[in-house]
Design a protein around this ligand. Structure first.
Ligand SMILES: Nc1ncnc2c1ncn2[C@@H]1O[C@H](COP(=O)(O)OP(=O)(O)OP(=O)(O)O)[C@@H](O)[C@H]1O
Ligand SMILES: [Mg+2]
Length: 335
């Protein structure tokens, strides 16, 4: 994976983003602490992989960035502008065309009664990227060829159920590309695909990054695909970002016991990569409803210390471009 230009200001800069969902009624009102104080940046042409187990807050994070749900607290800067302040509450057409979403289930995101041409023509028309039947058809075919679906004219006439899962996900990517986005938020785009075709979709994502300079926030459960595609990796646990940094550095020198636990489950194709570090796990993920203070992983961590149960540590830089929030490395606050 190529290195991105870190001299430029980030295309996306998320600061202290928090989401608490109110649940319950009357005297039993409670809050689900889905995302707590998440901060990260995405450079132009960079893939930031967000990794964590189910319920860790990954989808909620990108739904806030896409402005599908309001944030409870925090700021989101896109191309330098605080989008929560400078735009109306529900995202403008301009922001929607620059920031696109790709979902986990390509079948659910395509309407079975419409042809592929219809799905791709719609954003072109709505965002005024093409007009007239011929121009729209040509653009649709271009998009299909870009995502390596050929023969494009024939695929355009098909219905979603006439395509394989991998082909449908490529159509979903083509639909996102129709509006010339700068940032794609991809929510587990390969997890429902057959293992044999996952690599093809990952390589397509990478190709679009290289050729078009598109940036991504790429969500996955699986550290192996994060390692493959991510220039930067952010690890989430129970709503908190617990470790983040340059993909290779983080994989070689994973600091947080939770990241080490994830790593121990990844097959090791490279010599020197940690896979067996003696970090096991016990206990369960804490409730996100009124969670206890301290590090959310403390209930499972075999290296737990007294402060871990009392206060969530700040960020500690372990090496350039790599930080962790773990008391083993200090109380944090040096970044
Ligand atoms: N609308 C909502 N109301 C209440 N709680 C919610 C809502 N949406 C999400 N949550 C809760 O927020 C937490 C984080 O959910 P989220 O979908 O972001 O996790 P995730 O990391 O994407 O999980 P998965 O890998 O299973 O998709 C979960 O506990 C979930 O139940
Ligand atoms: Mg999710």
């Amino acid at each position: 994976m190529s290195q991105s230009n870190h001299e430029q200001p980030p295309i996306l800069d998320v600061r202290g983003m928090t989401k608490h969902f109110p649940v319950g009624v009357l005297f039993n009102k409670r809050q689900v602490h889905a995302v707590e104080d998440a901060s990260f940046t995405v450079q132009c042409g960079q893939v930031v992989a967000l990794v964590g187990e189910s319920g860790s807050g990954k989808t909620t994070t990108i739904r806030m960035i896409a402005r599908l749900i309001p944030v409870t607290q925090g700021e989101i800067f896109f191309e330098g502008a605080n989008i929560l302040k400078t735009e109306p509450r529900w995202a403008s057409m301009d922001y929607r065309s620059k920031v696109q979403l790709i979902f986990q289930d390509p079948f659910a995101s395509l309407n079975s009664v419409h042809t592929i041409e219809h799905h791709l023509a719609r954003p072109l028309i709505i965002h005024k990227k093409a007009s007239g039947r011929q121009e729209i058809h040509e653009r649709v075919c271009d998009l299909l060829e870009t995502v390596e679906l050929k023969p494009a004219a024939e695929i355009a006439n098909r219905y979603p159920h006439q395509l394989s899962g991998g082909q449908r996900q490529r159509v979903a990517i083509a639909r996102a590309l129709a509006v010339d986005p700068q940032l794609i938020l991809a929510d587990e785009p390969i997890s429902m695909l057959d293992v044999s075709i996952r690599m093809g979709v990952l390589n397509l994502i990478d190709k679009l990054k290289e050729e078009r300079g598109i940036s991504y926030v790429y969500i996955t459960h699986d550290l192996a695909s994060a390692r493959y595609i991510g220039d930067k990796i952010m690890v989430m646990y129970a709503g908190h970002m617990v470790e983040g940094g340059d993909g290779e550095a983080l994989m070689k020198e994973a600091a947080h016991p939770y990241t080490q636990l994830l790593l121990s489950a990844v097959p090791n194709p490279h010599a020197g990569l940690r896979t067996d570090n003696g970090i096991g796990a016990r206990g369960e993920v804490p409730s996100l409803i009124n969670p206890p203070p301290g590090c959310p992983f403390s209930a499972r961590c075999l290296k737990v210390m007294k402060p871990c149960r009392q206060v969530m540590p700040g960020q500690t830089v372990v090496q350039a471009g790599h930080w962790v929030r773990c008391h083993l490395f200090g109380p944090g606050g040096n970044s």
